[in-house]
Ligand binder design. Sequence first.
Ligand code: SF4
Length: 354
Amino acid sequence: MKHPAADLGRPPDWQAVERVLVVRADNLGDVVMTTPALRALRTAAPHVRIDLLASPAGARVAPLIPAVTDVLTVSPSWQQAGTPRRAAELAAAEAELVDRVRAGNYDAMLVFTSHSQSPWPAAHVGMLAGIGLRAVHSTEFGGAVATHWVTPPPVGTHQVDRCLHLLAALEVPSAGPELELVIPPTDREGPYAVLAPGGSCPSKRYPADRFAAVARRLADAGLAVLVTGAPQEAPLVAAVVAGAAHAGVTPLGDVTVPELAGVIGGADVVVCNNSGCLHLADAARVPVVVTYAGTEARTEMPPRTTPAAEVLGNAVPCAPCRQFQCPYHQECLDLDPWHVAAAALRMTREVALP
Ligand code: SF4
């Protein structure tokens, strides 16, 4: 429902704006899904310098985003879950963040969020740092903290469209919904598949033993299989490789995100959870099979840029659950590995056609 005080900010004069700070402080895939909005802004106001405020995970993809000049890498209080840090420690970190933002002399701050996140802490940092225009999506009242408080699109809207919606409210038209990353070339030769069994929380991860069975099936079919994950997912990657017990299934090893994007760009197919690799594969226009948990609505972040994608997952009454740990038996991802592998092999055959 729309609040009577929302949607009252006048569209800015973009010709008078020189420096914009875009806030996208969650995960790598969320940053990738912001790229159509960044392109829209760059197209509408080519003179504007765009900096990105991102988490350490999100910042790793920034070198591949053509519209971004500089990155402020932070772990702000509002993105932290689990064991709370001491208030004094958090206050010191936030005061330092305000100083860093103020030093950027930004004219505008655009806060991009998913519907379950609050934009207000980020906008408050922008206000304390003296940024004159602060635009957010929210259904909740935040007073004068934002200058442009925009009623968001319905829950379930694709993240890309949600970002474009915020810009449209500021009279920045869309320049298309396709993801945009500069994918580096790779000298790896195919045919090969990339498997990414990780994900931001356990509830999103298709079980490792089933990923191992998928890997073994793809390797039996003649694909080299490279298993990858974030540095903290090394044990998971090792478990999948060991479980596959096939000479054609190997770990990709330590790579930067740009290197990973390059390897993904050369792959015949990618198999992954609803994770950063999904969006890297989508941006690289590579065939992708997604084991998509019911943690988020199926409409919020499926691949749309790549011409070949299959999203697998069971419809369950508990979805979308937003749980980090499944309280049940992860019925949404109770998928036969043969079915997952068959989808991947079907795609490799499709891309082999002239
Ligand atoms: S089975 Fe239900 S509660 Fe468990 S992860 Fe899937 S959608 Fe969430």
